[in-house]
Design a protein around this ligand. Structure first.
Ligand code: ATR
Length: 274
């Protein structure tokens, strides 16, 4: 029997997840269907319950429902708990299990696909919203020399640092203070600025020569952040397409017990950074 999965979001029309999971299922010989479901705002719980009642086996969850999914899960993984959000669900033995693979997907892309080892490096995370909360614990797990979280609203960055202080060396600051700090080897843009064609106000001096600059947004080509990073001397640029495909691969492996190859799917979805 074909097993049913879906991604929930609002809006969901732009989602690449059905394409990615269909490619994984074909490559791994898995008999599964994967739909995109646009749940109404405020209606995630009932849409999820209906999907489950119809025999759904698991789901991905994207904006704006990651906190609703966190609330809907009976059992949370340590990663989901740390991020305070859930992006993958599995229905098993009458329970709803909640996971968060965003941070893991990001780190897999950085370390395996982009070949950048985080251990011992200076890492700068721009933004302190939901995306940053997913990324920070995964970065700290790789033992950087320092993780600095910079945000316009400095209190939000400080709160994030306080939440993760036990996981490794990290500190918080505003954008202006970045100009007085040594440069960073890895700079990640987790802000939502790129969706509006803007860049966070990070000074050029925050990019070490040859640094890796990663935009968590995907499919937008050379965003203002990546363009500024390039001008400032970053040696390697990447957007969030690898993270997207790698987090999908983690969810797929969690559901199906087999981890798909990601390289061909990433290549297919990559929009050139020009
Ligand atoms: P997400 O879940 O995508 O992280 P969010 O929780 O709304 O979304 O957080 C958005 C983040 O982008 C915040 O860190 C926000 O900064 P503030 O907390 O100071 O508002 C950041 N952000 C959005 N637009 C930005 C801009 N133009 N420049 C800098 N930071 C921006």
């Amino acid at each position: 029997m074909t097993d049913a999965y879906a991604v929930f979001g609002n809006p969901i029309g732009h989602s690449k997840s059905p394409f990615i999971h269909a490619a994984f299922a074909r490559a791994c010989g898995q008999d599964m269907a994967y739909a995109a479901i646009e749940a109404p705002l405020g209606g995630f719980g009932s849409a999820l319950a209906a999907f489950r009642a119809e025999g759904g086996r698991g789901a991905n969850v994207t904006a704006p429902f990651k906190l609703d999914a966190f609330a809907a899960a009976d059992v949370l993984s340590e990663r989901a708990r740390a991020a305070g959000a859930v992006n993958a669900l599995k229905f098993e033995d009458g329970r709803t299990l909640g996971e968060n693979f965003d941070g893991l997907g990001l780190l897999r892309d950085i370390e395996v696909n982009l070949g950048f080892a985080v251990a011992g490096r200076r890492v700068l995370l721009l933004g302190a919203g939901g995306a940053a909360r997913g990324a920070a614990p995964a970065i700290l797990e790789r033992r950087p020399a320092l993780l600095t979280v910079a945000n316009r609203d400095e209190a939000k960055a400080a709160a994030l640092v306080e939440a993760f202080a036990a996981l490794g060396p990290l500190d918080a600051c505003g954008y202006e203070a970045l100009a007085r700090r040594p440069a960073y080897d890895l700079v990640l843009n987790s802000t939502s600025a790129s969706w509006r064609g803007e860049a966070p106000p990070a000074p050029p001096s925050c990019f070490a020569r040859g640094a890796l600059a990663v935009e968590l947004v995907y499919g937008r080509g050379l965003t203002p952040f990546l363009a500024e990073a390039k001008t400032a001397g970053a040696g390697q640029l990447a957007d969030g397409v690898g993270m997207l495909v790698e987090q999908a691969a983690e969810a797929f492996a969690w559901w199906r017990g087999v981890r798909p190859e990601t390289r061909a799917v990433i290549a297919e979805l990559t929009v050139p950074l020009v």
